[in-house]
Design a protein around this ligand. Structure first.
Ligand code: FAD
Length: 388
């Protein structure tokens, strides 16, 4: 693996760094998991799109720059280094889009990708149900064929749908063959949330934001062209999405190297009052973020050379989610009692961002498949250990 960036890559880095320096809002936007914050984030997403930075690795006909995976990583590093807003379009852009590129018909790509890039269609993920989280194949929501109308009738309930309350579309799994073996009777659907028979109800979170939603389907009709990747083929299609979710695309290293850099900065400001043992945690956090970056460079080398990550993406997921918790815990240890001050408190450091980040980091070992499940995947499919 050669860690030298080419001239072209250096130019790309300079170009995105200059654009971000001129355009990133000087003050952090309010949380994108609130209705007002989401609207402000959308304005930012549209600005990104107009400057062709929204989906850099996509082909130009869908709004991208045809950038390589390496350039995408560079963009992400610069994006987080510049302190740019969290991407509220991430479920569409980073999770659904790679699956659409792989499994979508030409008509589906043409219909959905440009609107997704432009932040006009806003996608949420509808997989979890009240009794189907880790056991995703246990879902009960069903789709029944309506021959006469040329489509499907959806019934059931999804839960924990991130930003579902603010989105326009949902991608989700529905059971289409109740007689088939659990994994085999599922189909992946693309559903406009304004369809008759769909009800979206917001759910509050631990940190007070209302970003989650429950989504109810009561005989909601969708046409045949809302099936992604074939009837009863949903499990395979969904596994392509989870590989993106756990691996590279959802959480690139730039996010964590930027957090580690902020932590080092915080240490410089607070070193005198800090417990000496925190110094070691700061160093460890910085090294762990760098380790993730180096691991990712090796991962991208593998992908570029034709060795896709598959089950190895579970290693990434455990690493970035546990790292995020450690970085925030260390920051809170540095801040002491100040760490408990939230946005709006006069003496809150960085607007209470460390506490907010900590609360969100706690969910990292749960979403995108819990870390217990990832450890099972690694045991069985990477190490070849026996199932228990
Ligand atoms: C911030 C956040 C955002 C989310 N966003 C979305 C979203 O947008 N769309 C969506 O569909 N879902 C979303 N989820 C839901 C998430 O995917 C589920 O919470 C997760 O899959 C776990 O499912 P569960 O909550 O039903 O827990 P359960 O499956 O009931 O698990 C409970 C506990 O038991 C453990 N466990 C279960 N089975 C095993 C096993 N076989 N071996 C070892 N341990 C096991 C789990 O690891 C966990 O610790 C989100 C969750 C969070 C926290």
């Amino acid at each position: 693996m050669d860690l030298t960036w080419s001239e072209r890559e250096e130019r790309f880095r300079d170009e995105c760094r200059a654009w971000l320096a001129a355009n990133v809002p000087p003050e952090p936007l309010p949380s994108g998991d609130t209705r007002e914050g989401f609207a402000l984030h959308l304005e930012w997403e549209r600005k990104l799109y107009e400057a062709r930075w929204a989906v850099v690795s996509w082909p130009p006909e869908y709004g991208g720059r045809g950038a390589s995976l390496w350039e995408w990583l560079i963009f992400e590093e610069e994006y987080y280094r510049a302190g740019a807003p969290q991407r509220v379009t991430q479920n569409g852009v980073f999770l659904l889009a790679p699956t659409l590129f792989e499994f979508g018909t030409q008509a589906q790509k043409d219909r959905y990708l440009p609107r997704m890039a432009a932040a006009e269609d806003l996608w949420c993920q509808g997989w979890s149900e009240p009794n189907a989280g880790s056991d995703l194949a246990g879902i009960k929501s069903r789709a029944v064929r309506d021959e006469a109308a040329g489509g499907w009738r959806l019934t059931g309930q999804k839960t924990w749908t991130t930003r579902g309350a603010f989105c326009t579309h949902l991608f989700g799994l529905f059971r289409t063959d109740p007689q088939a073996e659990r994994h085999r009777g599922l189909t992946y659907f693309l559903v406009p949330l304004d369809t008759d028979g769909v009800t979206v109800r917001g759910v509050g979170r631990l940190d007070g934001d209302e970003g989650f939603a429950e989504v109810f389907f009561e005989d909601a009709f969708v046409s045949d062209d809302c099936v992604l990747g074939g009837v009863n083929e949903g499990w395979n299609v969904a596994m392509a999405t989870t590989s993106s979710e756990r691996g590279l695309t959802l959480r690139s290293p730039g996010r964590f190297t930027a957090t580690a850099a902020r932590l080092v900065e915080l240490y410089h400001q607070r070193a005198r009052e800090a417990d000496p043992s925190v110094r070691d945690d700061v160093i460890q956090g910085w090294m762990d973020a760098e380790a993730y970056r180096l691991y990712t460079l090796a991962d991208v080398t593998n992908i570029v050379e034709g060795r896709p990550p598959g089950a190895r993406s579970s290693l990434n997921k455990i690493w970035w989610s546990e790292l995020d918790v450690r970085l925030h815990e260390t920051a809170l240890a540095l801040l002491g009692a100040h760490g408990e001050l939230v946005a709006g408190a006069p003496e809150a450091v960085e607007g209470g961002a460390w506490m907010k980040g900590y609360q969100f980091a706690l969910s990292g070992p749960i979403y995108a498949g819990t870390n217990e499940i990832q450890r099972n995947v690694i045991a069985e499919r990477v190490l070849g250990l026996p199932r228990r």
